[in-house]
Design a protein around this ligand. Structure first.
Ligand SMILES: [Zn+2]
Length: 293
């Protein structure tokens, strides 16, 4: 299939004018850029006509074929991100993880897998979009997201419980959200809490022993350059055992360890950034740079 391709470099004024023209003519686009999705095909043709009319030139002026490749050439395509898949066997992640291998069949039997409903799927997509800058490595640790009713906690003995909102299982490359993921602890409404819980767990998955800026894994948090920088910014001791200024911690839970601090800070940065900025300008600044806002 031949394509009408614009000549490089693009005529910036013609791009602007073509965008403005199609947005005016097709209000349903609401000012968004065109994509390579088939549903945009008719708009792409119009866009190219407008581009040429505004003085843009073709790479090969004799070519008048289909223009499905045109927009790809004109608009910068969004960076590729590698999203985890949503799985339906969440209970397997918990019950087969090395973390709970010693727990009894009886306890494991109390954990049931659930499917994400449509609104949960939408919320998950929103959170993953917020994390786009940290999902660019093909081999990042977060492969899957699952859903269960309950969780297991092991403090010497194993118990099944309904308090845990979410948990990251490094050995499975999966994080689990439970029925409690939207219990309003940090936020007033359930949807924001659900997103916040997920944001917290994704932080563990992508940043505890991994640096998504360089796509490298580490055997401990104190070797991870990302964690080292965060600990320094947040005021943790080098070994990550002492938080110097506890009043700067974004939440009480954040005081328990650098990993929880970063997870809580990430959650607040994404869903209550004013609170984080007020409580800890240093953490806010660190995350702003990291998330690329
Ligand atoms: Zn956590």
């Amino acid at each position: 299939m031949s394509s009408r391709r614009p000549k490089r470099p693009l005529n910036k004024d013609a791009v602007k004018s073509a965008n403005a023209a199609i947005w005016r003519r097709f209000p349903e686009l609401k000012g968004r850029k065109l994509t390579m999705d088939p549903k945009d095909q008719v708009y792409r043709k119009q866009w190219m006509d407008e581009y040429l009319a505004a003085g843009g030139e073709l790479e090969n002026p004799d070519d008048n074929g289909s223009d499905t490749k045109v927009v790809q050439a004109c608009e910068k395509s969004p960076p590729k991100i590698f999203k985890p898949k949503l799985i339906e066997n969440g209970a397997d992640i918990i019950t087969k993880s090395a973390l709970y291998k010693d727990c009894s069949k009886d306890i494991k039997g109390k954990i049931n897998s659930k499917k994400f409903n449509e609104s949960e799927q939408k919320l998950i997509a929103e959170v993953l979009d917020k994390y786009a800058a940290l999902l660019k490595c093909k081999d990042h640790p977060l492969k899957a997201i699952g859903r269960t009713d309950r969780a297991i906690t092991k403090n010497g003995t194993c118990v099944d419980e309904s308090k845990t909102m979410g948990e990251w299982f490094a050995d499975k490359g999966a994080l689990i959200l439970t029925d409690s993921a939207n219990n309003t602890i940090d936020f007033k409404d359930e949807s924001t809490q659900f997103k916040g819980t997920l944001a917290h767990e994704i932080s563990h998955a992508l940043m505890n022993k991994y640096d998504p800026r360089t796509c490298k894994s580490y055997s401990s948090i104190t070797e991870n350059p990302l964690m080292k920088e965060f600990m320094n910014a947040a005021g943790w001791s080098k070994k990550g055992t002492i938080l110097k200024d506890k009043s700067s911690a974004p939440t009480n839970y954040a005081k328990t360890s650098p990993e929880e601090d970063l997870a809580e800070s990430s959650m607040l940065f994404l869903y209550n950034s004013d609170a984080l900025k007020k409580k800890s300008p240093a953490r806010y600044k660190f995350l702003k740079k990291l998330f690329g806002d």
